[in-house]
Design a protein around this ligand. Structure first.
Ligand code: ADP
Ligand code: ZN
Length: 756
């Protein structure tokens, strides 16, 4: 029988819990299974394995009556008296070295408590798949161009490989990307033009291999606000202590330059820096700037193969990489000499993982930075309310960068009230927005139009009976996509041919209602036939590199008007943009999500900041049916803080984050009744566990805002409380011993960012 632990925290304390019996001394390993069993289990370590079983390595252990061998993570080893109940023995050791440091084990245990996940699934989540492969897999070194001058002129195939090797990659990946043979790659290694990433000493000449970019050379002097912010980061760095520094500055205020110089300082101390960005493919400019400044940068993006990722991991773990840039999971990069963590666009919801373990990278980064005594830098033009509250409470230091570098003015914002008849037009573009586009084009500028709905029409409706065509397996209206008159469900992706007649009343002539980016693009082409128009959304950006190609074309002025979803709002810096149009600012405002107003204000503020970054100045036109909403008003006034001041008391009154914690249960079932009943059962248990505690609020059971997805009915219940740990204890008590019926699937999301 295996001995079960009651908690995870106690593993790191060396309290003896074994019985006093001199004959019964031995070595005990505590292991965690990646799935199946929730609790850590104890196993006896046989003498012949004693040297190999250590925390952070994986071991094989017998499980269950049949004693089937399972792979498990060893999380603790203790010598001493054995417990009275006999233990099974560890059968073998999988890894030659620990995959996880003691710190990572502590971190993962904390994450499991913080987000109510199983420790095993957290352990799996922090290790990339390639790292978890069996040890028999050999790892190819990452190659990168050394920047050395070739003696002889490279052959065309060689030149192609060299151009592609600006970023560390395996020989196989290089060969595949360029169509060259392996022999060409190996020849370049022989010639000293390619080398293992860790062996490249001098930063490469980025300009020689990369397309010309907007000039982001290191400026001679920082602005006073930048200098203050940099000093706020250097102070804890010098004193080897942790502090969280928030850079609150409009787009173009020079935040990235501050990150770059803070990273530079980190490297001079011989330390490593981790820089998190919301999504690599959406922030190519930020990544380029880090590469151009530092050369050997490990960019962890989602296109890496498991083997490539493993190779990057090893380079980082060996301390050969000074800077790691990546999305959410790069926070787990195994830096042996961490000196700094930066999170750019810290308000972005992509820093929260949508699947278990549903962790938030901002909180993980804070835990790590605190444990390592290094600064954490968070930057945004629109910091999350969580971050604002921490600054107001005095936990974190806020540095404001109020103006744009070089003093260019923030653009004037005009709101167009869509309720006003005179501002309406046949299409989605009001006369004032059209006039603004004309003004920008005639002044020689470019235009960006944001519409956060893809497809042609947002729904298809019968004129006779009002019936809306819905997805057969979800509770969502089908979006019309052209060409081909396809109905696509944005919930499950199902594609179906739209009927010609109403499926309800059989009247002919379904009408296309609501405008998506496809239709907007068509309208814009019709109204501005001489302008070059392109569209950027997930439909047009499916192939690899398409995003970069479109942005390059826009930068080179081969595109005059760029239509797109929120993709166009992120981290882009185009000086010739003179007009930004927000086609429907309310699109997300009325979602059943307490963050709807915050998101709307952030999106409109962010996209508005794309206008007028050059000497010609710029304007923003915001179309809205609720011009008086605090989120819209604040964004239009470039006064995000006004929105924060308005919104924080609302959150406080309702115990929403940042003033309270939420645990959300989402229950799914093919059977609506079963889902409702089970959610009710959970709600009853929560109410019983809360036992009339007035500080606890329980909302639900209720159908989730998206009531049905992929044939599954969805219900939810939320519990709010002022204190996170106490709330999670309550939830643990309420769900202890819960036996889930086979027909039901349910998840727990702690402090969710997604409420649909
Ligand atoms: P943010 O990250 O806040 O959007 P950036 O760091 O990208 O701002 O700065 C905006 C632009 O100004 C960039 O082109 C950058 O190279 C330039 N820049 C930043 N700091 C300075 C400075 N101190 N002097 C001159 N140019 C600067
Ligand atoms: Zn669907």
């Amino acid at each position: 029988m295996s001995h079960q632990h009651t908690g995870q925290r106690e593993l790191f304390e060396s309290r003896p819990q074994w019985v006093e019996d001199d004959d019964r001394r031995g070595t005990v390993a505590t292991v965690v299974l990646p799935d199946g069993v929730d609790k850590p289990l104890d196993y006896l370590v046989p003498e012949q394995l004693a040297g190999d079983v250590e925390p952070g390595r994986r071991v094989r252990v017998p499980l269950g009556r049949a004693n089937r061998l399972r792979l498990a993570y060893c999380v603790a080893v203790r010598h001493g008296e054995l417990p009275q109940t006999p233990l099974k023995s560890v059968a073998g050791v999988e890894d030659e070295q620990p995959l996880l440091s003691r710190r990572m084990l502590e971190l993962t245990a904390w994450m499991a408590e913080r987000w109510m996940a199983r420790w095993g699934e957290v352990l799996e989540a922090v290790l990339p798949a390639g790292v978890r492969l069996s040890r028999k897999v050999r790892v190819a070194p990452l190659l990168v161009a050394t920047g050395a001058l070739p003696a002889r002129k490279p052959t065309p195939a060689q030149a192609k490989v060299l151009a592609a090797a600006t970023q560390p990659q395996t020989a196989d990946a290089l060969a595949e990307a360029t169509g060259a043979s392996r022999a060409v790659v190996h020849r370049l290694v022989k010639l000293g033009l390619l080398a293992a990433a860790g062996e490249v000493e001098r930063p490469r000449q980025a300009a020689a291999v990369e397309r010309p970019r907007v000039n982001h050379d290191r400026p001679d002097e920082l602005s006073p606000a930048q200098a203050d912010a940099l000093e706020a980061i250097r102070r804890p760095m010098r004193e080897a202590r942790h502090e969280t520094v928030v850079l609150f500055g409009v787009t173009g205020s020079g935040k990235t330059e501050v990150y770059l110089q803070a990273v530079e300082e980190t490297i001079t101390y011989g330390r490593q820096a981790i820089v998190l960005v919301p999504e690599i493919s959406l922030t190519p400019q930020t990544c380029d700037r880090f590469r151009a400044r530092f050369g050997a940068v490990a960019v962890l993006h989602s296109h890496l193969t498991p083997a490539e990722r493993h190779a990057q991991w090893r380079e980082i773990a060996a301390g050969r990489v000074g800077v790691v840039v990546g999305a959410r999971s790069a926070v787990f990069a195994p830096t042996p000499r961490l000196g700094l963590i930066v999170i750019d666009e810290e308000h972005e919801s992509s820093f929260k993982q949508g699947t278990a373990p549903r962790y938030h990278a901002r909180d993980v980064a804070e835990w790590i930075a605190r444990a390592e005594n290094v600064p954490l830098v968070l930057g945004s033009a629109t910091p999350s309310l969580e971050t604002f509250a921490r600054c107001l409470a005095g936990d974190w230091r806020m540095c404001r960068l109020p103006g744009r570098v070089g003093g260019s003015q923030l653009p004037a914002v005009i709101t167009v009230d869509l309720r006003d008849r005179s501002s309406r037009s046949k299409g989605a573009v009001s006369p004032r927005l059209a006039a603004g586009i004309r003004w920008a084009l005639e002044s020689g500028g470019q235009v960006m139009l944001l519409l956060n709905r893809r497809g042609f029409a947002t729904h298809v409706q019968c004129q006779g009976c009002g019936h809306t065509v819905r997805c057969p397996q979800c509770d969502l209206a089908l979006t019309l996509h052209q060409p081909g008159n396809r109905g696509i469900c944005h919930g499950c992706g199902l594609v179906s041919r739209l009927p010609a007649d109403c499926p309800e009343c059989h009247a002919p002539g379904l009408v296309h209602r609501g405008t998506g980016t496809q239709r907007l693009e068509e309208q814009i082409r019709g109204t501005f036939p001489d302008a070059a128009v392109a569209r950027m959304d997930t439909d047009t950006m499916r192939s690899r590199g398409s995003h970069e190609r479109t942005l390059d074309a826009f930068r080179d002025r081969r595109i005059d008007i760029l239509v797109g979803t929120q993709m166009i709002a992120k981290g882009l810096d185009f000086p010739a943009v003179m007009l930004v149009g927000v086609v429907n600012a309310d699109a997300a405002l009325h979602l059943a999500d307490f963050r709807a107003a915050e998101r709307t204000c952030q999106l409109v503020t962010q996209v508005a900041g794309r206008s007028g970054r050059g000497p010609l100045g710029g304007r923003v036109v915001v179309q809205t049916s609720t011009p008086d909403h605090p989120a819209i008003r604040a964004a239009a006034a470039h006064d995000y803080e006004a929105f924060v001041r308005n919104e924080l008391p609302v959150r406080e009154a309702l115990l929403y984050p940042p003033y309270g914690s939420i645990v959300r249960f989402v229950v799914r079932s093919l059977d609506d009744r079963a889902a409702a009943d089970w959610t009710g059962h959970i709600a009853d248990r929560l109410r019983a566990a809360a036992a009339g505690d007035a500080a606890i609020r329980i909302l639900g059971p209720a159908p989730a805002p998206i009531e049905r997805l992929r044939d599954r009915f969805r219900w939810h219940v939320q519990v709010h409380g002022p204190d996170g740990p106490a709330l999670r204890d309550l939830v643990r008590r309420a769900t202890a011993g819960l036996k889930t019926p086979d027909t039901i699937a349910w998840i727990i999301d702690v402090d969710p960012v997604e409420m649909l």
